[in-house]
Design a binder for this molecule. Structure first.
Ligand SMILES: [Zn+2]
Length: 370
């Protein structure tokens, strides 16, 4: 730690240059010859300036290897408008904001292109991307909605037979997949908001960090839902057991995150460890799935996606916890390329991989039922 502080000081002095944008709202003023500014706010009237790490209040000191371009206790309006300016959180905000819109698009795609139920009387394999919305012939309420109950008795008899056949196959429930998409979107938008707003005040930081951890927990917990629900659709005991376990684990993780000491830098590894444990507990249902359906191509393919997803997440957590690469060259990755930005990209990659696995689960159960 002492060596790290020495490195930070040395690089800070080397970077002791100051420049300003006269016509802009935001001023860039890195450390000046070791003078430690301790002012509480870095704003004067409507102009806000970016400050160095040592000028930050303790609640904003999360990474001593990022030396400059911090916003510190800016008024709310300037804090919100800073989404359009350059500082050391700009890319953190935008990576997950773009990720949020990506998942919003995927959700819209899923709603439009993957019907609530399929006309499973078709013997040919169904390709989800080619499916269009169809009348839900296996749902009596939907039939009623479409006025089909008033059709001729012959056609009604045929439909009744079809309903019985389709109900025997069991309708594939969609909520686990949509729960996952909602969990991913909640995580991404909370993360983006947290990075944008936390600099406003200590209280805002406290609230936003809890929402951020809540979002990560929601992503992890809801990632289990499609995996467990569709893998064990024919085994309600294990389906309920796994879903209950991970949901309880997620609630416990959110409660633990409410303890104030949880957010201190010293607890970085505890935070990362908690999320890793949650993620690793997913190994159990995955191994169980492979044992039950190891000969099925859908099980092999989804497990492959889940392994890739796990690799993205583990790599992301390692980068997050070790703060590579900025620890190797403090100050060189302040604006772009620091660990948290890499972590964000890896989270999106992992979440997208899991979305692809979810599509395979849906196709599997749409075609086979239970
Ligand atoms: Zn983040």
């Amino acid at each position: 730690m002492v060596v790290a502080d020495l490195m930070v000081s040395t690089v800070a002095v080397e970077k002791a240059s100051s420049f300003a944008e006269d016509d802009g709202q935001f001023l860039l003023t890195p450390l000046q010859d070791g003078k430690k500014k301790k002012k509480r706010s870095s704003c004067h009237q409507t102009k806000c300036e970016l400050v160095d790490y040592h000028s930050l209040p303790n609640f904003l000191k999360h990474n001593e290897f990022i030396l400059n371009y911090y916003r510190s206790e800016w008024p709310l309006k300037q804090t919100i408008l800073s989404i359009f300016s350059i500082h050391n959180e700009t890319i953190n905000v935008w990576t997950h904001l773009i990720g949020f819109f990506l998942f919003l698009s995927l959700t819209a795609f899923t709603v439009m292109m993957v019907p609530m139920d399929t006309t499973v009387s078709s013997p040919a394999p169904l390709h989800l991307a080619n499916l269009t919305s169809t009348t839900n012939v296996s749902d009596p309420l939907n039939l009623h909605h479409h006025g089909l109950v008033t059709m001729s008795s012959l056609r009604q008899a045929n439909l009744t037979n079809k309903i019985e056949t389709d109900q025997a196959r069991q309708i594939t429930t969609r909520w686990p997949f949509y729960a996952y998409l909602c969990g991913a979107m909640f995580c991404l938008i909370m993360s983006s908001a947290c990075h944008l707003l936390s600099c406003h005040s200590e209280h805002t930081c406290y609230v936003m960090l809890r929402l951020d951890y809540g979002g990560i927990t929601a992503l992890i917990v809801t990632s289990f839902y499609p995996l467990v629900y569709y893998s064990f659709m024919c085994d309600p005991f294990f389906q309920t057991l796994y879903i209950s376990f991970i949901t309880a684990f997620g609630i416990a993780a959110v409660l633990v995150s409410l303890v104030p000491v949880f957010e201190t830098p010293e607890f970085r590894f505890v935070r990362a460890g908690l999320f890793v444990c949650m993620g690793l507990s997913g190994l159990l249902p995955i191994v169980h799935k492979v044992m039950m359906f190891g000969d099925r191509p859908e099980a092999v393919l989804t497990t492959g996606y889940e392994m890739v997803m796990g690799a993205f997440y583990v790599l992301g957590v390692l980068v997050y916890a070790t703060r590579i690469p900025e620890r190797w060259m403090p100050g060189k990755f302040d604006l772009a390329g620091h660990s948290h930005q890499l972590f964000h990209v890896l989270v999106i990659a992992g979440a997208y991989t899991h979305y692809l696995a979810g599509l395979v689960y849906l196709r599997w159960r749409d075609l086979e039922g239970c």
